[in-house]
Ligand binder design. Structure first.
Ligand code: NAP
Length: 289
């Protein structure tokens, strides 16, 4: 049980975390801050937070739990803003989709308070951003990846693990580097491809007509192309090295399939589709539901 959550970034992820924590009876009070005062006000009106803070610094004042739920590019500035009021007992977490940049920023800024920071990536979310879409069920049944570093204190790591588990999450641990390599493949590249696919269609003179004919397959494949542009700009740039390596793998696979099609190699084409179809049919999301 926590006395006070200092929430910085009252959007989809932060708002959902506050609602889930409140519903589980795990926090007494939530003090929130977002860049636009109108967002913070809306979060209070919706009951996501109890008190509006006028700055990130004041949001952490008196908190025993701090959550950064801001775009990854805002992480370092946020660490700098809150550093003067951090205490050794505070559990500090983030929810950023990339981890190496976040951890590097923490190393540069948090110094004596680095031990209290547990980097987190809940593998949850949706293509809709903003506090209006906050949902207390967003995290339940999902995986949360924790990427502790050598200075992370075991007591804080254990508290973070217990907290996410109490919200119904399955917690896994890996290094920030391993995290970024894996999520380049299964999250960042699929988003990039979805954006490129839609742009490739609408860049054609008949693109709009083609789109009007698209069905459920297109809808399912491109759902994530409707994601927030600024958030995904940040994520793709923050993990550029791993993403470009995965993009090369994808290009090779695409070129191989193009060659099979151009050469009329039905056997090779069927085998390639079979491999993908079998893998996808047996894939289960790594969580409880
Ligand atoms: P969001 O709904 O747009 O919320 C972000 C919030 O951060 C907004 O309330 C925004 O305030 C606030 N903010 C932006 N810059 C800030 C700053 N410098 N100081 C304080 N607040 C600031 O986005 P989100 O989907 O919750 O994403 C938040 C984080 O979660 C990102 O790091 C993202 O990588 C990660 N994440 C997202 C998903 C997903 O599916 N969406 C999944 C996993 C992880 P204003 O409203 O005032 O602009």
């Amino acid at each position: 049980m926590f006395e006070q959550l200092g929430l910085i970034g009252c959007g989809l992820m932060g708002g959902s975390f506050a609602l889930a924590l409140k519903r589980a009876g795990l926090v007494k009070r939530v003090v929130g801050y977002s860049k636009s005062p109108s967002t913070t006000e809306r979060a209070r009106q919706m009951g996501v937070i109890d008190v509006e803070a006028p700055s990130a610094l004041l949001a952490v004042s008196g908190a025993d739990l701090v959550l950064l739920a801001v775009p990854v590019s805002a992480t370092e500035a946020t660490f700098k803003a809150i550093r003067p009021l951090l205490t050794r007992d505070m559990l500090i977490m983030d929810v950023g989709s990339t981890k190496r940049e976040v951890v590097d920023a923490a190393r540069r800024v948090l110094r004596d308070h680095l031990g209290g920071f547990v980097p987190c990536h809940p593998v949850a979310g949706k293509e809709l951003s903003g506090v209006e879409h906050a949902d207390p069920d967003l995290y339940s049944g999902r995986q949360v990846v924790l990427t502790p570093i050598e200075r992370t204190q075991v007591s804080h790591l254990n508290r973070a693990t217990q907290l996410w588990e109490a919200l119904g999450c399955k917690v896994v641990q890996m290094s920030p580097e391993a995290h970024d390599a894996a999520f380049a493949a299964v999250s960042h590249l699929p988003h990039m491809i979805a954006f490129a696919l839609v742009n490739g269609i609408i860049g054609q003179p008949q693109g709009k007509d083609f789109l009007s004919l698209a069905g459920p397959g297109f809808r399912d494949f491109t759902r994530i192309a409707a994601s927030d542009p600024k958030m995904w700009r940040d994520v793709l740039l923050a993990n550029r090295q791993e993403l470009l390596a995965q993009s090369e793998q994808f290009r090779n696979a695409l070129l191989a399939m193009e060659a099979m099609i151009a050469g009329g190699d039905a056997e090779a084409l069927e085998a390639a589709i079979q491999r993908a179809s079998h893998t996808r049919a047996h894939w289960r999301m790594g969580a409880k539901r």
